[in-house]
Design a protein around this ligand. Structure first.
Ligand SMILES: [Ca+2]
Ligand SMILES: [Ca+2]
Ligand SMILES: [Ca+2]
Ligand SMILES: [Zn+2]
Length: 396
């Protein structure tokens, strides 16, 4: 422990709980120890000069990463995949299937609903975020591991939940592990109440952050004492109020999401025989609830988590109009621009005789420009002869 590291394993603690002053015998509690918490090393990455500048209040961003990552060892930095937990360095596996992801994210969102927290499933760019890696990388019998980061000193921690799709834990239980690990990275410790997210044993049910001063366990090893004392007597923690102070209240969500169809491209020509994916991208200032794809105004199906992708095969020849509608968790809705797909048929505007700009900047495109300019210039004179005006571009 010369380096200032303190490891607190839930499993060993619950074994000698008899001497603790709180009510309740954890040895009798059913369930699995949730995690190991490790006190965060101090110093190094923090940029104090930057903190002298006033900043607009910003939502706390939590990136739930189900896709795995390649981690190196050093001071925690989620943005560069660096973890201070040496035994987690290396390849962290992905979550596996996707059947439970949306429900897990929803349950985490429910836990953090009172606070100004934005949950995302795609890696944010250019901002601070806590990353929760979710995948089967367990060592021993615990379900997770996290740094205990008093006063949320680092905004870029990485925490770990060793769950995978179909591991036998409900979405609510998996979410509880994730929520607890994330919250350790804000400096909250374990409390002795099975109804609180910070209870150190996974017992099922649907714990939340309770608005009550609950005894911290293990009682003789409180680490972030100053932080807890703002709400409670020494030795106690009010998870709800502490998070409220650290994160701020949830903001109302009046901003609709941004959504667009990213693949195939507008006007793309596709073969009838070749299956392809339609991919939409959606972003929201809070969280996207789902994205629904429409082809020729028919609802093709909803996706609740990124990537928003629909496999397409066996389409008849024809021109299809495709758009997506994204809904955020507050019910705000956005319809994307419509793209056209040419399946088994030519896109006339892609022909060399057309006026569209060919991707290879072909000679036809170059010729087309002056003719179009001529057509435009003539337009006022031909205003009374609408049919000729409409035909002008076809002359190219
Ligand atoms: Ca932190
Ligand atoms: Ca919960
Ligand atoms: Ca929104
Ligand atoms: Zn824990």
């Amino acid at each position: 422990m010369a380096s200032g590291w303190v490891a607190a394993a839930c499993a060993s603690w619950s074994g000698d709980a008899a001497g603790s002053p709180f009510v309740g015998d954890l040895r009798a509690a059913p369930g699995v120890p949730i995690d190991e918490i490790v006190v965060a090393p101090r110093g190094g990455a923090r940029d104090f000069a930057a903190e002298l500048e006033p900043r607009a209040a910003q939502s706390t961003v939590v990136y739930i990463n189900f896709d795995g990552a390649s981690l190196s060892y050093g001071l925690d930095d989620s943005t560069r995949n660096v973890t201070a937990l040496e035994d987690q360095a290396g390849e962290f596996p992905d979550y596996g299937g996707s059947s439970q992801r949306a429900a897990v994210v929803q349950a985490v969102a429910n836990d953090f609903a009172p606070y100004d927290v934005v949950l995302v499933e795609e890696r944010p760019q250019g901002i601070d975020y806590t990353m929760a890696l979710v995948g089967p990388n367990g060592v021993g019998s615990v379900l997770g591991v996290a740094l205990l980061d008093c006063d949320n000193d680092s905004p870029n921690n990485i925490v770990f939940a060793f769950h995978h799709d179909g591991d036998g834990y409900s979405a609510g239980s998996q979410a509880n592990t994730i929520s607890q690990e994330v919250t350790h990275s804000f400096g909250l410790e374990h409390v002795d109440h099975a109804g609180d997210v910070m209870y150190p044993v996974s017992t099922g049910g649907d714990p939340l952050f309770m608005d009550a001063c609950l005894p911290i366990v293990p009682a003789d090893d409180v680490v972030c004492a100053a932080q807890h004392r703002r709400q409670c007597e020494p030795g106690y923690q009010n998870s709800f109020r502490e998070l409220f102070d650290l994160l701020g209240p949830a903001r109302s969500d009046d901003e609709p999401p941004v959504v667009y169809v990213s693949a195939p491209g507008d006007g793309d020509e596709l073969a009838t025989a070749t299956p392809f994916d339609i991919i939409a991208r959606a972003y929201d200032d809070h969280a996207v609830a789902n994205v629904v794809l429409f082809v020729d105004d028919a609802n093709i199906g909803s996706r609740m988590s990124a990537p928003y992708s629909w496999a397409v095969a066996g389409l008849d020849e024809g021109i299809y109009e495709v758009y997506a509608i994204a809904v955020d968790i507050a019910g705000n809705m956005t319809r994307s621009d419509t793209i056209e797909l040419y399946v088994g048929v030519d896109n006339p505007s892609r022909k060399h005789g057309g006026c569209a700009w060919a991707p290879d900047a072909s000679r036809a495109g170059v010729w087309c420009l002056p003719l179009l300019l001529v057509a435009r210039r003539r337009r006022p004179k031909m205003a009374s002869t609408g049919t000729r005006d409409a035909k002008a571009p076809a002359a190219c």
